[in-house]
Design a protein around this ligand. Structure first.
Ligand SMILES: Cc1ncc(COP(=O)(O)O)c(C=O)c1O
Length: 437
């Protein structure tokens, strides 16, 4: 019996499903991945197998494993002491760095996770507008609170006459009442969006979206569509929130809002914000963010909010990201990987397309037209994709899967090299040829 199978068996005694988080159970492996250690672009599992990492902690370890600057910052934070529930000079320095990079970030409130950040952003928008409803897009994921966890990875909801999609909760345990506060529309289609906003504008506090929806691989908002969404929100007194938990810093320091050239009223950041430590941020216009206590009466707080270890690690991460040439390296790897996979699809005759922006991408097998929304993403050949992912994992190229209806995102870190990418492409070619055979 392998060491990881032994650990899995032992873990199930007290951990449900043998894991601390449901998403850590990897359906490809039939158990969680047990990691021994990581270094740069690679990690080793508990049985000593080496992997090139194209999961990168679900996009959190943007600077790779064991980055010396992040490690050093954590050591410095420990020297200051485990400061809990206290402000330091580092907190405002970090906020300054975010404001410098992200267009909509006039004011910032820190949180610990993406889920907390989107939950807080929605509360702030509700307080600011005095309205209760939230509009979200089919397939977009905004964390696991009850406010917006609808139609992310569920079967397709019915299309209704008013252009909206029937809300379907992604988890049991969400009160039916929550669905009365959510409006779901298809992505990248302006007509149903405009109709839904017209119908609900008096009750609608916010529109929340992933401007590049990596949660179904990589589906960017069409630029013209996004400008129109921006205009309609402004005209309707609705707060536009970009959930940039995954897209933030992924392709440039300003994230998808800089890349697509549309500035929202608020945004949420996590993952690449801290390079792997638990930290997130709610950012937005001063007038909107001023509803927050102690200035206003909207409470977003917490014992571990802005924990010094995370803040100092995140300062180190942001310092690295701001170095000249940082994104030249990301862009060069992205081009090599995505062009490489596209060429391999063509030479091996596997039907599929790759869509990638910055350091993350989606691979859509079984379709040949660009994928622009959740409905199209569900048309992929998931069976072929599972065979592909499993083939890669067996050969030491780690890609994760959550067992959803649509492909998920994969990506590399800043510590990946052209050699890593070429090695990964070699594995991908072998697996494509196996599938073809
Ligand atoms: C766009 C988006 N929003 C929110 C979340 C939730 O973040 P967390 O897992 O840190 O709670 C995620 C997580 O993947 C995400 O991709």
């Amino acid at each position: 019996m392998s060491r990881s199978s032994e650990l899995f068996e032992a873990a199930q005694k007290h951990l449900i499903g043998g894991a601390c988080a449901g998403g850590r159970f990897n359906p490809l492996l039939g158990q969680p991945l047990y990691v021994a250690r990581g270094q740069g672009s690679r990690f080793w599992d508990i049985d000593g197998k080496e992997y090139i990492d194209l999961f990168t902690g679900s996009g959190a370890t943007f600077l790779g494993h064991n980055h010396p600057a992040i490690n050093e910052a954590i050591r410095q934070a420990l020297d200051v002491g485990i400061i809990v529930n206290g402000e330091t000079e580092y907190h405002s320095r970090f906020a300054e760095m975010i404001a410098d990079a992200v267009p909509c970030a006039e004011k910032i409130r820190l949180q610990n996770s993406g889920t907390e950040a989107t939950m807080g952003a929605i509360r702030i928008a509700r307080a600011y507008t005095g309205k209760p409803k939230i509009l979200k897009f089919e397939g977009h994921f905004h964390g696991m609170h009850d406010y917006a966890w609808f139609n992310c990875s569920t079967p397709l909801g019915g299309l209704r006459d008013d252009g909206t999609v029937a809300p379907i909760a992604d988890s049991d345990g969400m009160p039916e009442l929550m669905s009365e506060l959510i409006v779901v529309v298809p992505f990248n289609d302006i007509e149903p969006f405009a109709r839904a906003v017209r119908a609900h504008r008096d009750d609608l506090a916010a529109v929340i979206m992933e401007p590049v929806s990596y949660n179904q691989g990589c589906i960017p908002a069409d630029a013209e569509y996004l400008r129109e969404v921006r205009r309609i929100c402004s005209d309707s007194g609705v707060v536009l929130i970009f959930d940039e938990v995954l897209s933030g810093f992924r392709m440039c320091r300003g994230g998808a809002q800089e890349y697509l050239g549309v500035t929202p009223d608020m945004c949420t950041l996590a993952k690449a914000l801290g390079g792997g430590v638990p930290i997130s941020a709610i950012c937005g216009r001063t007038d909107i963010m001023s509803v927050l206590n102690p200035v206003g009466h909207t409470v977003i707080s917490g014992t571990y909010t802005g924990h010094l270890v995370s803040v100092m690690a995140a300062i180190a991460c942001q310092t690295e990201i701001a170095q000249p040439g940082f994104y030249d390296h990301i862009d060069a790897l992205a081009d090599r990987l995505y062009t490489g996979i596209t060429d391999l699809l063509s030479t091996t005759g596997i039907p599929g397309i790759v869509q990638g922006i910055g350091a993350r991408f989606g691979l859509y097998l079984g379709v040949t037209e660009p994928v622009t929304n959740y409905r199209e993403a569900t048309k992929c050949d998931r069976e072929m994709e599972i065979a592909f992912l499993l083939g890669c994992v067996k050969r030491g190229l780690y890609l994760h899967d959550y067992g959803h209806l649509t492909p998920m995102h994969h990506g590399f870190s800043a510590q990946h090299t052209t050699e890593d990418i070429d090695e990964a492409l070699g594995v991908i070619e072998d697996v494509f040829r196996d599938i073809r055979a």
